[in-house]
Design a protein around this ligand. Structure first.
Ligand SMILES: NC(=O)c1ccc[n+]([C@@H]2O[C@H](COP(=O)([O-])OP(=O)(O)OC[C@H]3O[C@@H](n4cnc5c(N)ncnc54)[C@H](OP(=O)(O)O)[C@@H]3O)[C@@H](O)[C@H]2O)c1
Length: 429
């Protein structure tokens, strides 16, 4: 790489805008640390007239980002648009083929096309870096690829979505319902205004889990069907009851190898109040890694927002400027085997059920009998009557039970006239 390095930033939204300023601010520091002079020679966004937080140099603005790749001599391009396919994929592919290094925080793109893109990057001997795609500012990808390079990792889990963690923490703090707290999160900029669904339904965390699995277990990114539940159906009542039982509810992303089969999942979990993960609150993210010989390692920090995300993007930039071509997923594509998926039906876990029922004699025994028919045994039971409405909440924590039996048993409860709504199921960690 030459002493002067030409950079392009495509996408000037929340992240790209901040990054543009950050690179300009840190130019001198980058020169000291890497010996390189960096120069932003091209930028692009959809709307050239949009008012942005920082003044941008109109002379280097391109309405069509493809023109940058065709016409300018660039060494490194930041893809900060964020689509899983379309323009983001096209730009990244074009760059790799033209031997332009790529840095992106785009987890949707990497989790979907990471296998193909990393193979292409390896073939063209360029760097494809995506530290900011998982857990924002927390350097978890570099930690796995470099800091833990020779560890055998068997499990990675954590809080990977700050929006959900904020909502669950705030529901507990304010005793308010999901809808109101979501509105507050949107007002504060913690949840998307337009469509926050991808954060709330677990998809965002799941894309990160896919990337983590691939790095931690040295496998191809899996595209197998998986267990994914969001937080949309969690009610304040669940948080309150969980608290009385000494638990908190957290949306966790979990990936592990069980008998060399890959088990990936995202769902709300009951975690012990006095556990580490039970005390990671608000917009914070945390990732816990179990490996040999390191043992358990915990990384915690801000998982989103322009500052933390740009911090990770800058670390990718310095890594490239310092030289050497690296495999995007730590090892060569040839060594990354397709993972065998774990059969979720075999999974045994303790479960929390909440049934909203008519307060009539016999309803409780009907529920416990039905559970027993499916080999689901009760460890704890709490009954909370609502005398005014002649209803009750019945909460059951089970011994380890099969996921398959739990799902089948749930279906039967839905058609019972004494059970007023679909029961809530939350898994214990
Ligand atoms: N926001 C976070 O906290 C966060 C955290 C971690 C990772 N990320 C990732 O960072 C990426 C960017 O997120 P963001 O929050 O910055 O998104 P954003 O605010 O929606 O910004 C997207 C940018 O892309 C531009 N764009 C859209 N289509 C384009 C096109 N055809 N050509 C050129 N530019 C185009 C938009 O232009 P206009 O401005 O003109 O509309 C906008 O500047 C995503 O991959 C996201 O997952 C974000």
């Amino acid at each position: 790489m030459n002493k002067t390095v030409n950079i392009a930033i495509v996408g000037l939204g929340q992240i790209g805008n901040f990054l543009y300023n950050e690179i300009n601010k840190k130019r001198k520091e980058i020169k000291i640390k890497t010996g390189k002079n960096i120069k932003i020679i091209a930028i692009s966004a959809k709307n050239p007239k949009k008012k942005r937080k920082f003044n941008i140099n109109k002379k280097i603005f391109f309405k069509n980002p493809i023109e940058i790749i065709r016409k300018k001599k660039i060494d490194i391009l930041f893809e900060v648009i964020g689509t899983p396919d379309g323009i983001s994929k096209k730009i990244v592919e074009m760059c790799i083929k033209k031997k332009i290094h790529v840095i992106t925080p785009n987890k949707a793109l990497i989790s979907k096309h990471g296998n193909k893109l990393s193979k292409l990057a390896e073939k063209n001997k360029i760097n494809l870096e995506f530290e900011a795609s998982v857990a924002g500012g927390i350097p978890v990808i570099r930690t796995i690829k470099e800091g833990l390079a020779t560890n055998t990792i068997n499990k990675v889990y954590g809080i990977l979505n700050g929006t959900c963690n904020y909502i669950l923490s705030e529901m507990e703090n304010t005793k308010d319902n999901f809808k109101n707290v979501l509105k507050k999160a949107q007002y504060l900029g913690y949840a998307e205004q337009g469509n926050p669904k991808l954060d709330l339904n677990g998809y965002d965390a799941f894309a990160k889990v896919r990337i983590l699995s691939s790095l931690a277990f040295n496998k191809k990114i899996s595209h197998a069907k998986c267990l994914m539940d969001g937080i949309e159906n969690i009610e304040y009542k669940d948080i309150e009851i969980a608290s009385q039982l000494n638990f908190r509810i957290k949306l966790l992303g979990i990936t592990e190898l069980i008998e060399n089969q890959l088990f990936e999942r995202v769902h709300p979990c009951l975690v012990k109040k006095n556990s580490y993960i039970g005390n990671v609150n608000g917009v914070m993210n945390a990732v816990i890694l179990n490996g040999q010989p390191i043992g358990e390692s915990i990384l915690q920090g801000e998982g989103a927002g322009p500052g933390p995300t740009s911090s990770a993007l800058m670390s990718d930039l310095l890594s490239i400027l310092r030289g050497n071509i690296k495999y995007p997923f730590g090892i060569s594509d040839k060594e990354r085997k397709k993972p065998k998926p774990y059969d979720i039906r075999k999974y045994l876990n303790s479960l929390y059920f909440r049934f909203e029922v008519k307060d009539k004699p016999g309803v409780l025994s009907l529920i416990t009998k039905q559970l027993a028919n499916y080999n689901i045994s009760v460890e704890r039971l709490v009954q909370i009557p609502d005398h005014k409405n002649k209803t009750a909440s019945i909460v059951i924590i089970t011994h380890k039970s099969s996921e398959n039996n739990a799902q089948n048993c749930m279906k039967l409860f839905r058609s019972n006239k004494y059970i007023l709504k679909k029961p809530t199921l939350i898994r214990l960690l």
